[in-house]
Design a protein around this ligand. Structure first.
Ligand SMILES: [Zn+2]
Ligand SMILES: [Zn+2]
Length: 244
């Protein structure tokens, strides 16, 4: 599985940091995990054919994680009006409501050919040869994290506060991708600080750590140093448009 960072930041978009989003490639197929504002443009920058991704995974419904889903659907419709019928969107409970509310305002172009909408409850989910598991996070009531298990194991935290059960769910992955929103001096409930990120990665025994969803106030040169006090493995503070 190859992962490209489409966005490493938050709703407070900065040069080099669009909202957190990832392009996942496996065996010539593409999926996108979260699709916030500006991510459609990132696909264009990378010269990715909008018709190519077959799956979207959403962590929750805050705008920085999903507001480009409908622009993405419209772009696909304009390129090939049947293409959305080949797309699957996974997300937490509430996905059906979120999708139908937005879709009801779009009219004919979307009603003719819609993606398959799959709310994740207890069902087994596979994407190509990966098993995809989810777990609730400490953020909004519907927020979930994802763990992909296959030749490589990867954990995507989505947005979350510190949570021991989530740490157990993420244990032992090859790559843990954690949000790191706010500085330790100014913590915000429902998000992680650098110290918590380090502790999370250590307790979960990540083989390597990547850090995203960094707010401008937390985007400091010593971020790695702070995390490294808690976690001794490799630490990658992500930037947009890099491969991990
Ligand atoms: Zn959020
Ligand atoms: Zn967010």
């Amino acid at each position: 599985m190859e992962i490209t960072v489409l966005g490493s930041g938050t709703i407070l978009s900065m040069p080099g940091r669009k909202p957190a989003s990832f392009l996942i490639a496996q065996k010539d197929q593409l999926a996108i995990l979260d699709l916030g504002p500006g991510i459609l443009h990132q696909l264009a920058v990378l010269n990715i054919d909008y018709l190519k991704p077959d799956t979207i995974f959403l962590t929750h419904f805050h705008l920085d994680h999903c507001s480009d889903v409908f622009p993405f659907l419209m772009s696909r419709y304009l390129l090939d009006n049947a293409s959305n019928g080949r797309l699957k969107i996974y997300g937490p409970v509430g996905l059906n409501y979120w999708y139908s509310m937005n879709a009801s305002l779009q009219g004919k172009w979307l009603s003719e050919c819609q993606p398959e909408i799959v709310e994740i409850k207890d069902q087994q989910i596979y994407w190509i040869d990966y098993q995809v598991k989810t777990f609730p996070t400490e953020h909004t009531k519907e927020s979930i994290a994802y763990r992909f298990e296959g030749e490589r194991s990867v954990f995507f935290s989505g947005d979350t506060g510190f949570n021991e059960k989530l740490i157990q769910f993420a244990e032992g992955v090859d790559l843990g991708i954690l949000e790191c929103s706010h500085p330790d001096e100014k913590p915000v409930a429902g998000h992680l600080t650098p110290k918590e990120v380090g502790r999370f990665a250590r307790e979960a025994k990540f083989k390597s750590l990547a850090v995203c969803h960094v707010y401008p106030e937390n985007d400091r040169p010593n971020l790695t140093e702070i995390i490294a006090k808690e976690y001794k493995g490799s630490i990658n503070i992500l930037n947009d448009l890099i491969d991990i």
